[in-house]
Ligand binder design. Structure first.
Ligand code: PHE
Length: 336
């Protein structure tokens, strides 16, 4: 029995445990009622009386040693398992992984607004469901003129006088008919045209219109305003070119081209090897338009321009398919 106690003491000294199973095995052997201690206490009864004192003391030492070792092993095993759990969690991950971002068209629109606001333009908005007067007649489109068809209008069948606006120029009229110059506003918004949907065209898209009406506004104001815009939007080396064009509501009219900021004018796929890309239309407000809004065209003059927000965004980020803007594909949207 003496040897047995010595052997157990040694065993306890040398023992280590790192898993819960090993800890449980120790408990069963040295702590539980059915373990070795029970056997030892049972055989204690048979120890001759004169040796009881010595054996009793030894048994107590063994019991205490087993208890304190058990506490020690509990600590070791617990810290090992909490480390293991912590290892499977990356505490450096941000708590929100999907915070969303602005749509690329919103980003472009906001930037355009910022550039023009710094030049004194305010932001105005108007209805997308419009009447013929504000979308066409007041803008100097003659009655039954093919120009009305040029824009592939969606008419509302129940009321042919109502349509989905084909351009943001309706907001020019809505601004001017209710006030007197000066007007200096930009007007962003969605427009609709009955076009076959392809990589380059959609049946709805966004434009930003600009209007400046005051005394002695001239073509040079138009040019300077758009020069400044192009440099701010596309880079300070950007050149602007005006090509003669026609719109019923402006005279003279001009298409706005900017030098291709991708190839710097050398010629590439984006500019179709011309060195120039078109971004919109512009011109001096036709006196008939001013008069239709009750503004004296002898006293006041103005310029207007209209640009495609999708077009500008596609150029800026080199996006080659306009349909991506309305498909809500996260793989596309999360890049902005
Ligand atoms: N409204 C024209 C269009 O949609 C653009 C434009 C606006 C042209 C203002 C000149 C002046 O094509």
């Amino acid at each position: 029995m003496k040897e047995k106690i010595e052997q157990y003491l040694k065993e306890i000294d040398e023992l280590t445990a790192s898993t819960k199973d090993e800890l449980e095995a120790f408990r069963l052997k040295f702590i539980s009622r059915k373990g070795v201690m029970n056997d030892l206490f049972n055989s204690f009864k048979e120890v001759p009386n004169e040796q009881k004192k010595e054996f009793g003391a030894k048994l107590n030492v063994l019991k205490e040693k087993a208890q304190s070792k058990f506490q020690e092993l509990i600590e070791v095993v617990n810290t090992a398992s909490s480390k293991e759990e912590a290892g499977s969690i990356d505490v450096t991950l941000p708590s929100f992984t999907n915070t969303g971002s602005l749509h690329p068209l919103t980003k472009t629109k906001n930037r355009i607004i910022q550039i023009f606001e710094r030049q004194g333009f305010s932001v105005a908005e108007g209805p997308e469901i419009e009447d013929d007067f504000h979308n066409f007649t007041a803008l100097n489109f003659p009655e039954n003129h093919p120009a009305r068809e040029m824009q592939d209008t969606y008419f509302i069948t129940k009321n042919p006088d109502t349509l989905l606006r084909t351009h943001t120029s309706n907001v020019q009229i809505r601004l001017m008919e209710h006030g007197q110059p000066p007007f200096r506003s930009i007007m962003p918004g969605r427009v609709y045209r009955n076009e076959a949907i392809s990589a380059r065209a959609h049946c709805f898209f966004n434009q930003v219109e600009g209007l400046y009406v005051d005394k002695e506004v001239s073509f040079k104001d138009l040019k300077q305003t758009l020069y400044h815009f192009a440099k701010e939007m596309f880079g300070k080396d950007t050149q602007v070119r005006f090509r003669p064009s026609f719109f019923p509501f402006t005279e003279p009219s001009a298409e706005i081209d900017i030098s291709c900021f991708i190839c710097k004018g050398d010629g590439c796929k984006i500019c179709k090897h011309t060195g120039w890309v078109e971004i919109g239309g512009s011109g001096m407000v036709d006196p008939n338009v001013l008069e239709a809004c009750g503004i004296d065209s002898k006293e006041y003059s103005g310029f207007a321009f209209g640009m495609g927000i999708e077009r500008i965004t596609m150029l800026k980020y080199q996006i080659d398919d306009i349909r991506l803007f309305s498909e809500n594909d996260m793989r596309f949207l999360s890049q902005f």
